[in-house]
Ligand binder design. Sequence first.
Ligand code: NAI
Ligand code: ENO
Length: 309
Amino acid sequence: MSGILFDRITLIGIGLIGSSIARDIRDKGLAGEVVISTRSETTLKRAEELGLGDRYLTSAAEAVKGADLVIVSVPVGSSGMVAEQIAPHLKPGAILTDVGSTKASVIAQMQPHVPEGVHFIPGHPLAGTEKSGPDAGFSGLFKGRWCIFTPLPDTDPEALSRLRDFWAALGSRIDEMDPLHHDKVLAIVSHLPHIIAYNIVGTADDLETVTESEVIKYSASGFRDFTRLAASDPTMWRDICMHNKDAILEMLARFSEDLSSLQRAIRWGEGDKLFELFSRTRTIRRSIVEAGQDVDAPDFGRHALDPKN
Ligand SMILES: NC(=O)C1=CN([C@@H]2O[C@H](COP(=O)(O)OP(=O)(O)OC[C@H]3O[C@@H](n4cnc5c(N)ncnc54)[C@H](O)[C@@H]3O)[C@@H](O)[C@H]2O)C=CC1
Ligand SMILES: O=C(O)C(=O)Cc1ccc(O)cc1
């Protein structure tokens, strides 16, 4: 138990991320009241069955009334529409935040709707899995993981400090970044790996000389890791690709160049070149493990690797 940080918290979108936040709020007693809104009746009903909040509404506009903290957890392509719906109903002094995987586009979509007196602080917890929906969430998802804020230049320090306290109560480590820089960093560490995974699994699926049953049967190798990422939600990843287009294309150009160089080294039997690259990348992995950011870190890794998930 951490104690009440906000009298009323409204969660818009109750999928993997929204429901994980809801579970932590409930378990740690961080809010006087939790109001949940999502546009699908079925998802809302499921959230109620799971006991994720105190009140459940399909209308986001109704749900934000009187809320001290509003957290938008919807696919990034829907953030502008949600902001437009809720804007006239936000309480003066309220904090409005999001969890979207891209930041410059979310800011461009949401900020024009945010009324004077409401503190809009964009955020992104770097924690998740390939699952989606309210059943996929779990408490402790954010423990030991980074949460990056990309505050706007005139952000109220008091509001920022309250939001930092909230994410700290969920166990997150907190950083701040310029939105465009965030989008570049995430393009290489998160968006490209997913795109590469979608691509390699698609390539395997298209092969004429290797059957689908062979791919499934023998995939207990490197390929298996790619299939986990490639099982991620299509709506979410379509939106990320469309809303972080420039940074992703920049990283893909670099990636393709480096891949061509690797292809050339293999073609010409340049063993030393291959050995040098594979040794360099190995040290990156070691640094990640040493920093506690590998899959065996906190609850995230164990959950994601559990065959039931
Ligand atoms: N899945 C992950 O690993 C991570 C996702 N994110 C970001 O978090 C956000 C949510 O992702 P997930 O929870 O994984 O997705 P999800 O698919 O599990 O849940 C999305 C939720 O948004 C609702 N929704 C969709 N459009 C809506 C609208 N117009 N109005 C109201 N509700 C709407 C859906 O009904 C659902 O409840 C996305 O922006 C994603 O980029 C951030 C970190 C990690
Ligand atoms: O499942 C994985 O490996 C992830 O990388 C989850 C994830 C997806 C999107 C984000 O913006 C942050 C984390």
